[in-house]
Design a protein around this ligand. Sequence first.
Ligand SMILES: [Zn+2]
Length: 82
Amino acid sequence: MPERRTISIFCLRCRTLLYTYKKGGTGGLVKCIVERIVEDHTAGDLRCPRCGQEFARERMMGGKPAHKIIQGKVFTRGMRRK
Ligand SMILES: [Zn+2]
């Protein structure tokens, strides 16, 4: 059974909560698959709603829309097991 945790993703610059997300696997956060985003606190434009920093780019991954995280723009917290 694959491990899946709900994590929180924050803007590194201003510490605003961007997404809560169900993450699979054990590696670092590289992408967010859109259907696994639990809560979206952005305007859906891949920018921080507070400071305007772009933190991800839209990509298709395995036929599903995903947000590829730009490294160094966000940090994560939570990593609790579901
Ligand atoms: Zn920000």
